[in-house]
Every structure is written in C-alpha cells, then in structure tokens.
Design a protein around this ligand. Structure first.
Ligand code: AMP
Length: 114
C-alpha cells in the first residue's frame, strides 16, 4: 500500500534494522523500544490489523507467528520468556495500520496486560 509506513520499510524505502526475513514476513527492531528486546514482526502482504486478518492467507498468518518464535529464539528469549502483542484499533492505541506483532522480552514483564 502506497502510503503505509511498514510497506515502505518492507520495500526498503525507509530504513530499518532487520532481524529476520523470509518470503512472507519481515521483522525489524522497534524505533522506540519498550523492552531490552522489542522487535516488530509484520506480514509482507498489507492488512490493517487482526480485525482484517481474513484478508490474509492462513500461510501468511502462520508465518508471522512462526517468525515471532524464531525471533524470540535468535534474541535468546525462549528460556526466560517473552510477550507477543498486537494492538488492534483505536482503543488499543494502534498507531500503524499494518498488522504487526510486537515481540518483547529481556526483562520481567508486568502482570497487568493493559
Ligand atoms: P502500534 O502502536 O501497536 O501500532 O505499534 C507501532 C510501533 O511502530 C510502535 O512501537 C513504534 O515505535 C513503531 N515504529 C514507528 N515507526 C517506526 C520505524 N520507522 N521503525 C521502527 N519502528 C517504528
């Protein structure tokens, strides 16, 4: 999508720090990290959020979750744990309207989810 920030990152038009990439998924470091490890995992196909996930092939969706696991492993998070978050819509403060999964770890997370 032309005016989508994350589509521009996938295309290489906006720089990012790549952590993982395959044919379906791109993962890069969040510019404003909320934890020692904070990586964004996104499908290369543009869909706005979890609310629009029916527009995504099951294989693309599965690839996103698998990439979250691969990123957690490569970042050394699998032993102590990590959190995967996807904000969806205004009440959840979604700021970029391209489906993304935050992979957060490297410190003890709070018990409160929100
Ligand atoms: P959300 O608020 O759930 O939509 O998450 C969007 C995330 O994108 C935020 O955590 C931002 O810090 C992050 N972000 C915005 N612009 C960039 C960028 N150019 N490179 C990396 N992360 C970004």
């Amino acid at each position: 999508m032309n005016d989508c920030l994350f589509c521009k990152i996938i295309a290489g038009d906006i720089p990012s720090t790549k952590v993982y990439e395959d044919e379906k998924v791109y993962a890069f470091r969040d510019i404003n990290p909320q934890a020692p490890t904070h990586v964004l995992v996104i499908p290369k196909k543009h869909v706005a959020s979890v609310a629009a996930v029916d527009e995504l092939d099951d294989a693309d969706l599965a690839a996103c979750l698998r990439a979250c696991r691969l990123v957690a492993q490569s970042e050394g998070l699998t032993e102590k744990g990590f959190r995967v978050v996807s904000n969806c819509g205004d009440d959840a403060c979604q700021s970029v309207k391209h489906l993304h999964f935050h992979v957060l770890g490297g410190r003890q997370m709070g018990e409160q989810m929100a």
